[in-house]
Design a protein around this ligand. Structure first.
Ligand code: ATP
Ligand code: MG
Length: 452
């Protein structure tokens, strides 16, 4: 069982972080790397950032280092800059009361490392290390790392009541590490999940993205049992409750979506697109006389829903736009022969720059369906892609800017700028998408009446 050891002397820490530890220690202070970076180092994972905890007060830290930033002096945090990189150095502290289930009312500095570790969320996040003392593990973090368990430090009811975000973080770490949430911790999460309502959309978005870009987005299925989804993404619970009685599927809508997300490349946009691609299905479901379910129009409804959900989560506009596009068109051309004409139209709607991602979305979608006609569907997607690449390569006109006439030509031909010109150009593009040979200045101007 014990494949990790207490006296770990050989954590591979970057020289910069080691310099900071040494400098603090030479000045007579205690200093350790702490939290996520210790956890990840023990697991052989690349830490996101290297946080340092010390008994030196922020002003003492500032005196010792040339370049520092007052990141959160009140909370004891000074960022020490080394080259382009910043290292957060935080004074040992205990958190005051959490009146709003989000932020401590006040923080107090403490001389005891143990007290600082005690305020941290989970045992696996509550370990510290330095080259001199080795690992400091006061709350059984190593045992839980070995056993693969997410467990609160102390009483989970108290810890979740202080800060509801921890409930979502528990699920996030379980998705990132493949760990189980310990029973008491899970029970407390369930009891207090409603308090997640008080956590800001931005912080929920951050955690949701970390879950979706982990190795195990399907862990979000557990968010239903834990009562997390009903606060952060109730639409997913509806999808999980939505069975699909059709030969094409073997999972409910929610599980299908999460499995599809798990198979697609690890990219925020693609993962969220898969999460939401079928989100319109529950409200579009009909069942025919034979008992087979249909979901007509779900992609369009889904795109509208995705837009609302992502706005609610305060996602940036560019990401929202891209995800909604992929949701809206995830099902395009699945039942049609990819003729030149249709594929040109598809490219003009989605934009050739989005072809790769749309193809990835389609493949992931099919991979998470049933085996019924799966090979044919995947082959169809390949053919669609080949045809689209051929069209792009050939340089067929796909958007207004590709037309052989410009606005000035139309003005010369007596067309008024504004709506009339816009409509005329659109009609020309529609014609050229059908018949690329019409895309010459001569042809378009000669037939201009047809486009008005
Ligand atoms: P990652 O950086 O991979 O997201 P992490 O564990 O480093 O994971 P951070 O948010 O960077 O998480 O926080 C650093 C450390 O601070 C954690 O390991 C934990 O010890 C502590 N911590 C962070 N958020 C909380 C919280 N909400 N409640 C208690 N402790 C927390
Ligand atoms: Mg971190």
């Amino acid at each position: 069982m014990n494949n990790l050891y207490k006296n770990v002397k050989n954590i591979n820490i970057p020289d910069n972080a080691l310099d900071i530890l040494n400098k603090l220690s030479e000045a007579g202070f205690e200093a350790y790397i702490v939290g996520g970076c210790v956890r990840d180092s023990l697991l052989g994972r690349e830490p996101m950032d290297w946080d340092i905890t010390t008994n030196a007060h922020p002003l003492e830290v500032k005196k010792l280092f040339k370049r520092t930033i007052d990141t959160g002096i009140k909370h004891g945090t000074v960022t020490v800059m080394k080259g382009q990189e910043g290292y957060e150095v935080t004074t040992y502290r205990v958190d005051g009361d959490y009146k709003d289930h989000r932020h401590p009312e006040s923080v107090t500095f403490t001389p005891m490392l143990r007290e600082d570790l005690r305020r941290r969320d989970f045992t696996i996040n509550a370990m510290a290390w330095n080259p001199d003392k080795g690992l400091v593990d006061e709350f059984g973090g190593i045992d839980d790392l070995n056993a693969g368990i997410i467990r609160c430090v102390g009483d989970p009811m108290e810890r979740f009541d202080e800060d509801a975000l921890r409930i979502l973080r528990a699920l996030r770490f379980s998705a990132q590490l493949g760990y189980d949430i310990e029973e008491d911790t899970a029970r407390a999460a369930k009891t207090l999940s409603d308090t997640l309502q008080r956590v800001s959309a931005e912080r929920i978005q951050t955690e949701l993205i970390k879950i979706m870009t982990s190795d195990r987005p399907t862990r979000l299925l557990e968010g239903r049992e834990l009562g997390i989804n009903k606060v952060i993404l109730p639409e997913l619970d509806e999808a999980i409750a939505c069975d699909q009685n059709t030969p094409h599927h073997q999972w409910n809508v929610g599980e299908h979506s999460l499995r599809a997300a798990e198979t697609i490349r690890n990219d925020k946009i693609l993962r969220l697109s898969m999460l939401l691609h079928d989100i319109g299905k529950p409200s579009c479901k009909t069942t025919d006389e034979a008992g087979i379910d249909h979901f007509k129009g779900h992609a369009e409804v889904g795109a509208e829903m995705a837009n609302n959900i992502l706005r609610r989560l305060k996602m940036d506009n560019a990401s929202i736009k891209k995800i909604c596009l992929l949701v809206r068109y995830h099902d395009i051309m699945m039942k049609t022969e990819p003729t030149d004409k249709l594929v040109r139209k598809m490219l003009s709607v989605i934009g050739p720059e989005n072809l790769d991602d749309l193809i990835s979305v389609k493949k992931a979608d099919v991979s998470a369906q049933s085996s019924y006609m799966q090979e044919e569907k995947l082959l169809g997607i390949e053919r669609l892609k080949d045809k689209a690449l051929e069209i792009i390569e050939r340089g067929d006109a796909l958007c207004l800017a590709d037309l052989a006439v410009k606005g000035a030509d139309l003005i010369e031909a007596g067309i008024k700028p504004g709506k009339e010109m816009g409509d005329c150009l659109k009609a020309m593009l529609a014609d050229v998408l059908n018949t690329p040979s019409h895309n010459t200045r001569e042809y378009l101007l000669r037939h201009i009446k047809n486009y008005l």
